[in-house]
Design a protein around this ligand. Structure first.
Ligand code: ATP
Length: 336
């Protein structure tokens, strides 16, 4: 089990002559990903989901809160002591080409982590070769065909499979897939998603799926939880199908109905459809973070920040003073 409690992260961005500015990437995020389970973080670009994934994988620090891996709170450990814990969590990011060293063959790419592991566990050279073939077979690649090749000699889909195979060399407990198919040819995407699903089932590895596409989140982690993130805050959280079938937060409804407009929602009165403008983290920080874009805002929204909570009659957690089920008509992919 990996849990986060109240994770806060602020970046200082170099600004203009007026000085630097602070970007609140995460504003106190809680999450729990069970062993062998799945969770998906969704939200539009800039909402903080990649930052959260990098924190979970140990690649980014956080300012406040606690990250607990298994039974161990990371704040109690020194930097070096955290490494074995973070090794259990492997990040698969969107660009497999930049993740692989172009001057190394696939054999060399897999050999490096495997020989380290062999050294630590007193295993033989033969084991390294066998294990390399084994991890490649787990991701659907034939060792005889790919080991001698360089990354540029493989398709995008094959490269992403090699990245996943390399992650498997350390026997991870969790894979963090950050938009893992977005840079891969459309025809090869389903194969990678099916592979991640298969690894969950065969190896019991848990998968954290970071995406802006709810359909892929549902495909891999349909039995897990969906976290909808808006400007660094989780605004809705619950079982994937519950949130998709009956979203109660207007932001989730807009995400599901089709980015970038609230499409398919019945608008009250003459209120115009609200386009989702690019996120600006410097927008007014008082009250509900979605107020400025919300067609359903009420009296309390501008002055008070709703926290994630459960209210009567709503099965999922939400951060809205006026949660209401609204039927969302998702646009077919062909129209997006
Ligand atoms: N290293 C950094 N330095 C400064 N600001 C950063 C850094 N990393 C992220 N940010 C800012 O933090 C906010 C959250 O970014 P993050 O990449 O986590 O969002 P995201 O939802 O994953 O977006 P995307 O889907 O585009 O990757 C953004 O405003 C981003 O500009």
């Amino acid at each position: 089990m990996i849990t986060g409690q109240g994770i806060v992260k602020t970046f200082k961005q170099r600004g203009n002559i007026l000085g630097s500015r602070e970007v609140r990437a995460l504003r106190g995020v809680d999450f729990a990903i069970p062993k062998g389970g799945a969770a998906s973080f969704i939200g539009e670009s800039g909402c903080g989901k990649t930052t959260l994934g990098r924190i979970i994988a140990g690649l980014e620090s956080y300012d406040e809160g606690e990250l607990v891996i298994g039974d161990t709170a990371m704040s109690e450990l020194k930097h070096k002591q955290r490494q074995p814990h973070f090794r259990k969590i492997q990040l698969i990011h969107q660009d497999p080409y930049s993740a692989l060293n172009p001057t190394r063959t696939i054999h060399q790419t897999l050999h490096a982590p495997l020989s380290l592991r062999a050294k630590q566990t007193g295993r033989s050279k033969k084991w390294i070769e066998e294990r390399a073939a084994e991890v490649l077979s787990l991701v659907g690649l034939d060792a005889g065909t790919v080991l001698a090749r360089y990354p540029h000699q493989l398709s995008g889909g094959m490269r992403q499979r090699v990245v996943i195979a390399r992650a498997l060399t350390v026997d991870p407990e969790m894979l963090v897939a950050d938009e893992a198919v977005s840079m891969i040819d459309v025809s090869l995407r389903l194969g990678i998603l099916a592979l991640l699903k298969d690894l969950r089932e065969r190896l019991g590895v848990s998968v954290l799926f970071i995406t802006h596409d709810v359909a892929t989140a549902r495909y891999i982690g349909g039995d897990g939880e969906l976290y909808v993130i808006y400007r660094g805050q989780v605004v809705e959280r619950g079982p994937v199908d519950t949130v998709i079938a009956d979203p109660v937060h207007p932001y989730t409804q807009s995400l599901l109905s089709a980015i970038p407009v609230l499409h398919g929602l019945e608008q009250p009165g003459e209120q115009p459809v609200v386009p989702l403008e690019p996120l600006d983290q410097l927008l007014d920080d008082t009250g509900c973070l979605f107020t400025g874009r919300c067609p359903f805002r009420g009296e309390r929204c501008a002055g008070e920040r709703p926290l994630l909570q459960v209210t009567e009659g709503v099965p999922q957690e939400h951060a809205c003073f006026y949660p209401e089920r609204r039927s969302v008509i998702a646009r077919p992919l062909s129209e997006v």
